[in-house]
Design a protein around this ligand. Structure first.
Ligand SMILES: Cc1ncc(COP(=O)(O)O)c(C=O)c1O
Length: 466
């Protein structure tokens, strides 16, 4: 099975990016609860036949959709070892805890956070931001929100993020009882970056009505266009206004691995908290995110809850303070840190950084080719690995072009040729390319663009004759 897993990665280029799950495979997966076990051999066979071939596709070099990492062989092995150990990394004293602590220390170092900063490997950035904003809420209410509930302690809190911020931020506001509407969506400039002047006005307006601004969420790499907010301006503003600065760096933060790209993130080292994903630009297999919090004591105070049955005992298995369960909502936690540790250790910051740079060069070259082409239109400045554009053809109105570009993407995905995704920018449907893939080469991007033009030409012809 390990050979099959590694072979899959080795030969991924030979197959389609994506294929639908055929009806017979879906029915093979739909059975009543097994009363008797079929045995390991049968299960292995079923995995090889009915599961392994039907991937999201992100390990393929022509996968350009959403923001997915591309995986690495060392991650497969690390996951196997973690499963064999079956450790619960909520706390206590054992090897997995020391590995996760090392990952936390590396992240502190990478982002220039102080020694007192705390961190936690999470499922992803959604969970990391939820945890970070819970600490921000804890600070704003002196811990009272956790004790007495939000109705009497946090009903006047209000936070700010750009109109382009990820949906997980509003979700966190909802889950924290603050209400999605209390996340103000601040307008962006022409490059889709949060407008700091508009932010300042929004804060002043809320203060005038008696509300209590408590945090700003800056984005280092928006999901739509890769835009990076001006983190220095946001850090200055938060310092002046006494606000918590959280940075959603889901994929963009790891550009810090490249000394060439690091200046784009200036100000990130001043954040109160930072969320990002190892499963994006570090290619750690799903799922692995991370939250880093400057004030480790506030982080711990937000979540620490130790009944007698979880008492620590100094030394021995029940020792090992601090426990990771005191830094997030989960008590039982898997050993996700191992695959992050293994990828960083095996490939090193420099190689990962170079691979991120190479992705940005591919994106830049793609954007230049699009800008020069008469039947293609760039819809946003290229930023990091993201390029948003559309196919244009004479004789088609705005609505028809939106439909056409959606069909181009569907054609490429269904044909297994490439997997870009779509988004809407200022009411226009964009073909969205994101390159967070260490297997992608220039030839893959060229083939993709040729396929877009072929599909666009064909579909435009049928649109016009309709
Ligand atoms: C900017 C941004 N924030 C947050 C997220 C959510 O991250 P996750 O899916 O790991 O929870 C994403 C995912 O693509 C993202 O791009």
């Amino acid at each position: 099975m390990l050979d099959a897993a590694l072979d899959t990665i080795e030969h991924v280029r030979d197959g389609p990016v994506w294929r639908p799950v055929p009806p017979e495979v879906r029915s093979a997966l739909e059975t009543p609860l097994p009363r008797q076990g079929a045995g390991e051999a049968a299960v292995f066979g079923a995995m090889l036949r009915d599961v392994l071939p039907y991937r999201t596709g992100n390990i393929h070099p022509a996968f350009f959709g959403w923001v997915h990492g591309a995986g690495l062989p060392v991650g497969i092995v690390a996951d196997m070892v973690a499963a064999a150990m079956d450790s619960n990394v909520g706390g206590r004293q054992h090897g997995a805890v020391y590995v996760e602590r090392q990952v936390v220390a590396w992240c502190r170092e990478l982002f220039g956070f102080p020694g007192g900063a705390s961190g936690l490997v999470t499922t992803g950035t959604s969970m990391a931001s939820l945890i970070a904003l819970a600490v921000a809420r804890h600070r704003a209410t002196g811990g009272e929100a956790g004790r007495r509930g939000v109705a009497s302690t946090a009903a006047d809190l209000v936070g700010y993020a750009s109109a382009e911020a990820h949906g997980s931020v509003a979700k966190a506001f909802a889950l924290l009882g603050l209400g999605g509407e209390r996340l103000r969506r601040v307008p962006v400039d022409a490059a889709f970056r949060l407008d700091p002047a508009a932010l300042e006005s929004a804060i002043a307006a809320d203060r005038r009505t008696g509300l209590r601004p408590f945090c700003v969420i800056g984005t280092a790499g928006t999901v739509n266009t890769g835009a990076i907010d001006d983190l220095v301006a946001l850090a200055d503003l938060c310092a002046r206004e006494g606000l918590w600065l959280h940075v959603d760096g889901a994929f963009g933060a790891l550009a810090a691995l490249s000394p060439k790209l690091r200046p784009l993130l200036d100000g990130i080292e001043r954040a109160d908290s930072l969320a990002f994903d190892f499963h994006k630009w570090a290619h750690v297999p799903y799922d692995a995110g991370f939250v880093l919090v400057r004030d480790g004591e506030a982080h711990r105070a937000t979540f620490a809850e130790r009944p007698a049955y979880l008492a620590s005992s100094g030394d021995g298995l029940a020792g090992g303070e601090p426990w990771f369960c005191d830094f997030g909502p989960e008590l039982s936690r898997g050993f996700r840190a191992l695959k992050a540790w293994a990828v960083l250790k095996a490939h090193g910051a420099e190689e990962l950084g170079r691979s991120i740079e190479a992705n940005c060069v591919l994106a830049r070259d793609l954007a230049e080719r699009i800008a020069r082409h008469p039947r293609l239109e760039l819809l946003a400045p290229q930023s990091l690995g993201i390029v948003c554009f559309r196919y244009v053809a004479g004789g088609l109105d705005a609505a028809a072009l939106n439909t056409l570009n959606g069909q181009v993407v569907a054609t490429l995905q269904d044909g297994g040729t490439a997997a870009p995704s779509t988004t809407m920018l200022n009411g226009v449907r964009a073909i969205r390319v994101n390159i967070t893939n260490h297997r992608t080469r220039h030839a893959d991007v060229d083939r993709f663009l040729d396929a877009v033009l072929r599909a666009g030409d064909e579909l435009a012809g049928t649109c016009r004759t309709r």
